[in-house]
Design a protein around this ligand. Structure first.
Ligand SMILES: Nc1ncnc2c1ncn2[C@@H]1O[C@H](COP(=O)(O)OP(=O)(O)OP(=O)(O)O)[C@@H](O)[C@H]1O
Ligand code: SF4
Ligand SMILES: [Mg+2]
Length: 317
């Protein structure tokens, strides 16, 4: 069967310090070339600290920003940013901050109608029927449709965000920190809803979080990002039973409980490398207890260390 998503050498570099004339002062390599497959029906968890490139990767996957290099195939078909509607019917984005991601001047009905009008060309009656169905599906009351975003709690607003993503009839959702802005009890409700929707509708999720415990709870497979690179990828049970990359181990040691933010002990003392001027070799070297000379000189390739489990490390665990 063809994969739901296939990324090949997908990368993003941002110019920074733009000048009126001449080239920009520098470039940030937000995402280094990533090659990955997401299978139909799976939840791929992406975890990493703030600034490691999670949202940049997510925005490329829904066509919000063009990649600097590489390709995206959805259901075996190549996609680029020249046709956002074609993207939108297949892949939708759920934002971290549900309230500010909704236009404050539009009623929830207007928010819900936009993808049905623009992507599917539905008439008013068809839209009303479809919206009523989706609201039932996500357990939202129909009367909410005539209200405005600021009238909702974070949990309700995130349900609306999920409903909006489903309205486009996309079967792949990119969930960028969907529960990070919510209280722990509300987090559990939203995670349960996502789990139910996935089974009922046969959805595929790319689930992004900085919280390793949330990633462990939801993922079939896990990708660990560090400084724009995939440093480890594999089945969730294998990664959590035996991480091979020292950074994954550090995350596991520092985030044992659901809801505890991911912050490695060393993170407080050791900064990430300067993104404008990255040092050669493995970017984790300054924080790594296993670092040797070769780590400072050569960036390790992502290689199989166990069945289905790849890590980018000269001295894997
Ligand atoms: N439009 C932009 N222009 C310049 N640099 C950018 C831009 N967007 C992101 N970056 C840089 O790219 C890197 C990755 O950012 P990104 O937002 O993808 O990280 P993240 O993992 O989502 O972080 P967070 O957990 O804080 O949401 C950071 O160094 C960031 O400063
Ligand atoms: S390559 Fe070296 S520095 Fe990088 S994670 Fe592995 S052991 Fe640590
Ligand atoms: Mg982000």
């Amino acid at each position: 069967m063809t994969a739901a998503l296939r990324l090949t050498d997908l990368s993003k570099t941002f110019p920074v310090g733009k000048r009126l004339f001449g080239p920009p002062k520098g470039r940030v390599r937000a995402v280094r070339p990533v090659t990955l497959i997401v299978e139909h029906g799976e939840t791929l968890g992406i975890v990493g600290e703030s600034g490691c490139g999670k949202s940049t990767l997510a925005r490329m996957l829904v066509g919000l920003i063009p990649p600097s290099t590489g390709t995206i195939a959805i259901d075996g078909r190549a996609f680029d940013n020249s046709d956002p509607a074609a993207f939108g019917k297949r892949v939708q984005y759920v934002f971290q901050d549900p309230i500010s991601s909704l236009n404050p001047r539009k009623s929830i009905r207007q928010v819900m109608e936009a993808p049905l009008k623009h992507l599917h060309g539905m008439n008013r009656a068809e839209r009303a029927t479809r919206i009523a169905e989706i609201f039932d599906l996500v357990s939202l009351r129909q009367e909410f449709l005539e209200r405005y975003p600021h009238e909702f709690s974070g949990g309700q607003a995130q349900r609306i965000g999920i409903a909006r993503a489903l309205a486009a009839e996309a079967r792949i959702l990119i969930l960028d920190e969907p529960v990070s802005a919510l209280d722990v009890s509300v987090q559990a409700q939203v995670l349960n809803l996502l789990n139910r929707l996935k089974t009922e509708l046969g959805l595929t999720y790319v689930f992004i979080s900085h919280d390793l415990a949330v990633i462990e709870a939801v993922s079939d497979r896990v990708v660990v990002l560090y400084f724009g690179s995939v440093v480890e990828v594999g089945p969730a049970d294998a990664i959590f039973a035996r991480p091979r990359h020292p950074y994954t181990q550090l995350l596991a040691d520092s985030a044992p409980r659901v809801g505890r933010p991911l912050e490695a002990p060393e993170a407080r003392e050791t900064e990430l490398p300067d993104p404008l001027n990255p040092p050669p070799g493995c970017p984790f070297t300054p924080r790594c207890p296993r670092a040797t000379e070769i780590c400072r000189a050569e960036d390790p390739p992502l290689e199989a260390k166990a069945p289905g489990q790849l890590a980018a490390c000269h001295h894997p665990l």
